[in-house]
Design a protein around this ligand. Structure first.
Ligand code: NAI
Ligand code: MG
Length: 325
């Protein structure tokens, strides 16, 4: 049977960049079965549900999901979609591509972010008027799982790992995260170091080329990966994967870009690079690498969409990538 790919464009430019990435997937061609489904503001306006059950079920059962973005309902869509694929790792490669004015042209690193707990586990309270609390959840099992994913990823590529933490202050929670990650490190023949996340933020701005794989707790990974995005020319270029043991969901880091939605000028690169990650996740390494090379070559030569200083449309860039493929 062909592998089944759920395609969920969502709102805004999701409807422009996801079809472009699908064309690229069709061009490099394992015989996928694509199934489209709705999510986001528009479907909520029609039906009252930002994430219809059919869409959730589709993602939960597909071999992989390609998602665009949702607007105001983003949290109501993406958090349940990530849990529908049992995603424990959020993987965000941050690479500088030639032709894009990156602040640091040597940047080539990947954040492996814990995707289920930390301060995003959601135990917030207002315990008295004007007094709020948040419980931070860190478990040995989730810390071990994310560290193992990060070390395996680095081992496959011959890269280094940096473990980000703040265990000097959050001694119990990040203490457990750090201790667990270091004991996973002992099982691998991979060079690693540990870094306090605040100092790491500074080092990433000054010397991003020194980092390969950065394993982080949830909130630290969210903030540090957006910071690193700024080093390589912004949101139109950044793919991501939400990885589970048996399923995964791939999406550009950016949102619905309401300021340009409908104009046909969104940069499809982030979503195409997400499609390359999808191919690799399913074992089509050569096809994934072909997509990445074609996107890279197009970024180098142009045409460029307006976010990169050009005047090309999404269609022009898609055609250029298809030609290179
Ligand atoms: P955004 O990523 O949509 O846009 C930020 C800026 O980057 C805008 O100027 C936009 O034009 C530009 N941009 C983003 N992607 C681009 C692309 N592919 N090509 C060219 N330019 C691009 O973030 P913003 O403005 O904070 O949020 C807009 C909406 O998107 C909100 O409703 C938010 O909730 C939603 N959102 C959804 C996400 C998701 O579904 N995963 C993630 C982030 C935001
Ligand atoms: Mg974020």
């Amino acid at each position: 049977d062909p592998e089944r790919i759920a395609v969920v464009p969502g709102d805004g430019i999701g409807n422009e960049v996801v079809p472009a990435a699908r064309e690229v997937l069709e061009a490099v061609g394992p015989d996928f079965e694509f199934v489209e489904a709705d999510a986001g503001d528009e479907v909520k306006a029609e039906t009252g549900e930002a994430l219809p059950d059919e869409t959730r079920e589709l993602a939960a059962n597909a071999d992989a999901t390609l998602f665009g973005a949702a607007g105001e309902t983003a949290a109501d869509v993406i958090l349940p979609l990530r849990s529908a694929v049992d995603s424990f790792a959020n993987v965000r490669p941050v690479r500088a591509y030639p032709g894009t004015d990156a602040l640091h042209p040597d940047t080539d690193l990947v954040f492996v972010r814990e995707n289920t707990e930390g301060v995003y586990a959601g135990h917030e309270d207002e315990i008295a008027p004007g007094v709020t609390t948040l419980t931070r959840v860190v478990t040995e099992s989730a810390s071990e799982e994310i560290a193992r994913y990060g070390f395996e990823y680095a081992a496959e590529r011959g890269e280094r790992v940096t473990i980000a933490h703040k265990a000097n202050v959050m001694r119990t929670t990040d203490g457990l995260f750090l201790e667990t990650a270091e004991s996973v490190a002992d099982e691998f023949d991979v060079e690693y170091d540990t870094a306090l996340m605040d100092a790491l933020a500074m080092h990433l701005v000054m010397r991003p080329e020194e980092y390969d794989v950065v394993v982080c707790p949830n909130l630290a990974g969210d903030v540090l990966s957006d910071l690193a995005a700024g080093l390589v020319g912004g949101l139109g270029l950044l793919p991501s994967a939400n990885v589970g043991d048996e399923r995964a969901l791939f999406e550009p880091v950016h949102g619905t870009a309401p300021d340009i939605a409908g104009e046909g000028v969104a940069n499809p690169s982030a979503t195409m690079l997400s499609a390359a990650m999808l191919l690799e996740y399913l074992g089509y390494d050569d096809a994934g690498e072909r997509v990445r090379s074609a996107v890279k070559a197009t970024l180098e030569s142009g045409p460029h969409t307006p976010d990169l200083g050009g005047d090309a449309t999404t269609r022009d860039v898609t055609d250029a990538v298809l030609t290179k493929l």
